[in-house]
Design a protein around this ligand. Structure first.
Ligand SMILES: Nc1ncnc2c1ncn2[C@@H]1O[C@H](COP(=O)(O)OP(=O)(O)OP(=O)(O)O)[C@@H](O)[C@H]1O
Ligand SMILES: [Mg+2]
Length: 363
């Protein structure tokens, strides 16, 4: 699951990306790897996993991860090929969700491609480029579909009708994500990898000394825009995050305390990204390893087991499940069992966020 960091040039995308991946490199035990200089694997912070590791004292503690992709800056006209636009847009097609970095910091030494600091205009430029790229993709597909529809085949007629609806939406300047999609539309959006259909969060990148300061007009502008898009805003200062990422754990805590925050901006970005991807976490615990795993919301117990090993899914018998909250309240797995909090669940069980699972299976 990948999140693309998108925005105009010089808005702080790489600074944020470096902070995210730098922080990841320090994560205990996690076999951190940079797949590509522009793709970073980032551990998802989870206090539940920390608690389990304290109780079990396992040899290994393994967080779950998401990937961030640092995409080069888009400029106005990207969808017409300006500034290597087509290549960068192709990178965005590959990601599952978009984090749009919006410049809200002021620094005369760092030039803005369009002159002054204006979150509203910047968001419009980026979203317009994404919509234009979508429009081109949909129009191209419509040409093909219209030829196929000449046969009178209902599937193609319906497809053409849907494509026209998508074109209308884009021409009105609306993102595809704002639409309710039927099956045909869903299929087409997926096949065409439409950019304006991807889930989005906005990251308001503010000056170091303005983090969480009230009445920041620039951040307000981002919030208004995001609300129209049904999206969340996370306020960060990529610059501070880059500095924090270089500290060791103790220094980090002291620094955050001084700033009066209990969670780094990076953690907020990672969590928001995780939610955006419609993912939940289940946990496994034992003396060998305590681990957090990712599944899509709505996954069944065998599907979750399959994340661990395909044999576990194929030979699934049942899952022993206790919710993390219950487990923490009673303090141990033995106590959870005694109090009847450890449930036996079958193959239709829908895994819930925070379930601590043990799978029984046959090979
Ligand atoms: N919150 C901030 N406050 C002050 N300066 C910042 C902030 N965030 C980033 N910068 C600075 O802005 C400059 C541009 O940042 P960066 O290289 O990360 O931009 P970018 O979006 O990756 O640009 P490009 O699209 O060209 O790759 C850097 O000098 C960086 O230190
Ligand atoms: Mg960059």
């Amino acid at each position: 699951m990948k999140i693309g960091i998108v925005g105009l040039p010089n808005v702080g995308k790489s600074t944020l990306f470096n902070a995210l991946t730098e922080a990841g490199a320090d994560a205990e035990n996690y076999p951190f790897c940079t797949i590509d200089p522009n793709i970073g694997v980032v551990p998802v912070p989870d206090p539940r996993l920390d608690w389990l590791a304290e109780i079990y004292e396992p040899k290994k503690k393994t967080p779950t991860v998401i990937e961030f992709v640092d995409i080069a800056g888009l400029v106005e006209g990207a969808s017409r090929g300006e500034g290597l636009g087509n290549k960068f847009l192709a990178h965005i097609r590959e990601v599952d969700a978009i984090a749009q970095v919006v410049r809200c910091f002021d620094d005369k030494n760092i030039s803005h491609v369009d002159g002054d600091i204006s979150p509203d205009r910047d968001i419009d430029i980026i979203n317009t480029e994404l919509m234009m790229a979508d429009l081109a993709a949909v129009e191209k597909r419509l040409e093909k579909t219209e030829k196929q529809a000449k046969s009178g085949d209902k599937i193609y007629l319906k497809e053409a009708e849907t494509l026209k609806m998508l074109i209308n939406t884009l021409e009105e300047g609306k993102n595809i994500r704002q639409l309710e999609l039927d099956q045909t539309a869903k299929r087409l959006v997926k096949e065409l990898q439409l950019l304006s259909a991807k889930p989005i969060i906005y990251l308001a990148n503010v000056n170091e000394d303005e983090i969480d300061s009230p009445d920041n007009e620039l951040v307000e502008a981002v919030k208004i825009h995001a609300a129209q898009d049904g999206a969340k805003v996370v306020e960060i200062s990529a610059k501070i995050e880059a500095d924090i990422a270089e500290l060791d754990e103790d220094e980090k805590e002291m620094f955050l305390e001084e700033l009066g925050v209990n969670e780094s901006g990076l953690d907020r970005v990672i969590k928001a990204g995780y939610e955006l991807l419609n993912l939940i976490t289940f946990l496994t615990a034992g003396e060998q390893e305590c681990r957090a795993w990712t599944v899509e919301k709505g996954s069944t117990a065998p599907e979750a087991a399959g994340k661990i090993h395909s044999d576990m899914e194929k030979g699934f018998i049942r899952a022993e499940v206790v919710s993390f909250e219950d487990l923490k309240r009673v303090g141990s797995m033995a106590a959870a069992r005694e109090e009847g909090l450890l449930r036996l669940e079958g193959k239709d069980y829908i895994v819930q966020d925070g379930d601590v699972c043990h799978f029984r299976f046959n090979v």
